[in-house]
Design a protein around this ligand. Sequence first.
Ligand code: SAH
Length: 333
Amino acid sequence: MAPDKEELIRLLSDEENQDALFQKADEVRRRNVGNEVHLRGLIEFSNICRNNCLYCGIRRDNADVCRYRMSEDKLAETARQAVALGFKTIVLQSGEDMYYTAARMCRIIEAIKKLDVAVTLSLGERTYAEYKAFRLAGADRYLMRIETTDKELYHRLDPGMSWQHRYECLLAIKELGYELGSGIMVGLPGQSLASIAGDLLFLRDLQIDMAGIGPFIPHPKTPLAKEKGGTLNLALRTMAAMRLLLPDINIPATTAMESLHPDGRIKALCAGANVIMPNVTGGEYRKFYELYPGKAGADETPLYAYSAVGKKILALGRTIGTGYGSHRRTTAG
Ligand code: SAH
């Protein structure tokens, strides 16, 4: 039986018995999506952003960030190198940078699709026409976290943005036939466990294909610098509960988890996760895509990212996914 809201709150609060939750989520993961761990090559291609989210290190008002955008050629070259290493999915993530017009983005997507990989976009909020153009250009998946379903909290943390608009973007993305990834941060200032339980039920009702869940980590150059941030354990419990609610989706062991503990992603793989997204951004850029401090892998090479992560996966008795790693629904709906 899938947990209801009350049971979710209980699971989220029960640190003492969290190992039992992790084991259960691990078993549900094994039965529904098997032992393959899918690797996605993440390219953070621009840290220029029109938004000013209070939690985010690359927010518009952070004047201390060295801003960059990668050229179309550089992006294609980075993708080619990642594909040569074995990645079957390329994830393109950026701030909301309108330099990448629909036409420019479509050219980038088409070039990368020629490499015979799945392409995931994570560019934030765009128009319906743009989402449609990206899809027609070959994009397969889109990731955009709702961040929190507490609308008051959202509007406080994301000034000038609209929760309803973000939600409508998610619906548009789904309607256009993308595989939809969404998710939340846990440990935001003023976020309760009941609120997180509500987020999980929201993500279930949205029937997402992928759920990215990570702890909020305060960045010193943001208005939330002095906040406490989320813990790895609460993030893991949230992720494990997500696995119980949506047994067959893709769930990444997130970079923010790894940033709080050197084995954060391994712990996540043993608590319901089945995806890792190693960073393959070129070394000259990656240190500038600092969403939060201590971001794991800031000085790794793509080759190291692939081989070190691969070894850890094999050591767990799991295998590296050989296909595109798309979400296959095993249950009705
Ligand atoms: N512009 C894109 C990508 C945003 S960055 C978009 O809007 O979707 C990717 C994710 O990093 C965000 O959705 C947020 O959940 C997470 N993030 C940002 N700042 C963070 C912080 N300080 N700690 C942890 N995660 C953070």
